[in-house]
Design a protein around this ligand. Structure first.
Ligand code: NAD
Length: 483
């Protein structure tokens, strides 16, 4: 792939049956300037059918490599990502807007996910069930088959990696439909697998019209599973389609993540670290801390810390190493967040910082802090998916948990407290898939990640990642010479 688009952005092809294909191209935009920076391919149904046909052959070759052979290819792909980190980081920053520092971190994390899955694929053990001497009762783990994976734009390489890693480690084939807003990073990820020696057809990459692609692939008898990261609404739609086809669905959907701040914690440090994490990828992160339930005695200090962080934040192009927060991905997100923030103020929230689009080209929105946000404000119930912190006073951890659990989301949750009672209460009662206490790292390669309630089904990462791409087959054998 040559870097020949504007500002060094590549034109982005699809990979089908081991061949790079440029078809019916569409523009890719720079969220920092709104300008076109390159082109990407756009699939028709013929391309999808070709990818499925190629997977039939490619998956068999992938399976025949055996666990150690698959592990070797995956580890090599991860090493290539590490080697190419600067080139790929520039592509991510150009197409998505996040800072180069964050883009580099995302690529290195993606490499660590692939390595973890690669090694874990060697441990997909079955079991022998105790029986009489005449029988052997065995439980095997088999790959589920061809997986259609759909990844969003906010982690242009991290999310496609989750869609690929567990599936390939389990011996499945994958057709990845990566986000049309950020196709370049997915192309680089798939290139690393090609260069590492993955058999043709075992992994394909397509872009196009998302509903048309998901409907076509889900209805295809060869596609046996769907995995998706994106909004709750689209996830429910896809899970319903999968249900109608009797196919498993792994759904990583939105979050509206609560943070409990106790007066026993180092409140200033909690404000500093949450403000920093809140601004990562301009808040466009499903596990971004958003609803802050702060004990009354800590409220003013915490709010002051957030406001100070908002005032000091450097916005700009992610290509500038001094930038701390880049733009939102597109105009649609900008309008959605502006609307939610305006409505919250109408119903009584106090604006402490930010609150209006930044007056410069591109989709820039500042870190915005709202205090005393009523529970029935739409922004308290709908994920803003942007750099917005909602501060609410609470009496204690029990009130925080009750209000935190009152929404339909349940992805990640956080807490800052020195009280063992608080920690225990949160561990047993907060309705989330991932809880981080006294830090803000909600997931890592070796940990299962995913939501409860509307935030999703199934887990990616950890031992569960590859396991969730397998089916159990029970084989019971009566030995022919048994008496
Ligand atoms: P969206 O749900 O419309 O799109 C998210 C992704 O899903 C995109 O890549 C899109 O191409 C794809 N998509 C949309 N319809 C599809 C379909 N019928 N079949 C297959 N794929 C389809 O969301 P958006 O407007 O791009 O982003 C905003 C919202 O999405 C946010 O509010 C947030 O809740 C959610 N989101 C969540 C995550 C996450 O990490 N869980 C990531 C991105 C977006």
């Amino acid at each position: 792939m040559k870097l020949d688009g504007k500002a060094g952005y590549p034109d982005v092809e699809m990979l089908i049956g081991g061949k790079w294909v440029m078809a019916d191209s569409r523009p890719v935009y720079d969220p920092c300037s709104g300008e076109v920076i390159g082109e990407r391919a756009h699939a028709g149904t013929d391309h999808l059918d070709e990818a499925v046909d190629a997977a039939r052959v490619g998956m068999r070759a992938w399976w025949e490599l055996g666990p150690a052979g698959r592990e070797a290819v995956m580890v090599k792909a991860a090493a290539l990502l590490r080697e190419r980190v600067e080139e790929i980081a520039r592509i991510i920053t150009l197409e998505e807007g996040k800072t180069l520092r964050e883009a580099r971190g995302e690529i290195l994390r993606a490499a660590s996910y692939i390595e973890w899955d690669a090694h874990e694929g060697r441990r997909l053990y079955g079991r022998i069930v105790p029986s009489t001497d005449d029988y052997q009762l065995a439980v095997h783990r088999r790959p589920v088959g061809l997986v259609a994976g759909f990844s969003p734009w906010n982690f242009p390489i991290g999310s496609p990696t989750r869609k690929i890693g567990g599936a390939l480690a389990a011996g499945c084939g994958v057709i990845l439909k990566a986000a049309e807003d950020t196709p370049g990073a997915a192309r680089q990820l798939v290139q690393a697998f090609v260069d590492a020696g993955i058999p043709d057809g075992a992994l394909s990459l397509v872009f196009g019209d998302p509903p048309a692609i998901s409907e076509h692939l889900l209805a295809h008898p060869e596609v046996r599973m769907i995995t998706f990261t994106g909004s709750v609404a689209v996830g429910k739609h896809l899970a319903a389609l999968a249900g109608a086809e009797m196919k498993p669905a792994l759904m990583e959907l939105g979050g509206h993540c609560p943070v409990f701040v106790s007066a026993t914690a180092d409140v200033a440090a909690a404000a500093r670290s949450t403000a920093m994490v809140k601004t990562m990828n301009a808040g466009q992160v499903c596990v971004s801390p958003t609803r802050f339930f702060v004990e009354d005695a800590a409220f003013d200090a915490f709010a002051d810390g957030m406001v100070a962080a908002a005032g000091a934040l450097r916005l700009g192009s992610g290509l500038d190493e001094a930038t701390e927060m880049g733009p939102l991905i597109n105009r649609r997100r900008l309008d959605s967040i502006s609307g939610l923030v305006a409505e919250a103020q109408i119903v009584g929230a106090k604006l402490l910082a930010g609150g209006a689009q930044v007056d410069r080209p591109g989709n820039f929105y500042p870190l915005t802090v709202l205090a005393d946000v009523p529970d029935d404000a739409r922004i308290m119930r709908e994920e803003p998916f942007g750099p917005v912190a909602l501060l609410v006073r609470v009496r204690d951890v029990d009130e925080a948990i009750e209000r935190a659990n009152s929404v339909s989301y349940g992805l990640a949750g956080y807490a800052f407290t020195n009280s063992a009672r608080d920690m225990q209460r949160l561990s047993t009662r907060l309705e989330v898939g991932n809880l981080a206490i006294n830090h803000l790292m909600a997931s890592d390669a070796d940990l299962p990640f995913g939501g409860v309630k509307d935030s999703g089904l199934g887990r990616e990462g950890g031992a569960e990642g590859p396991l969730n791409h397998t089916v159990v087959k029970t084989v019971s054998t009566l030995f022919p010479d048994a008496k």
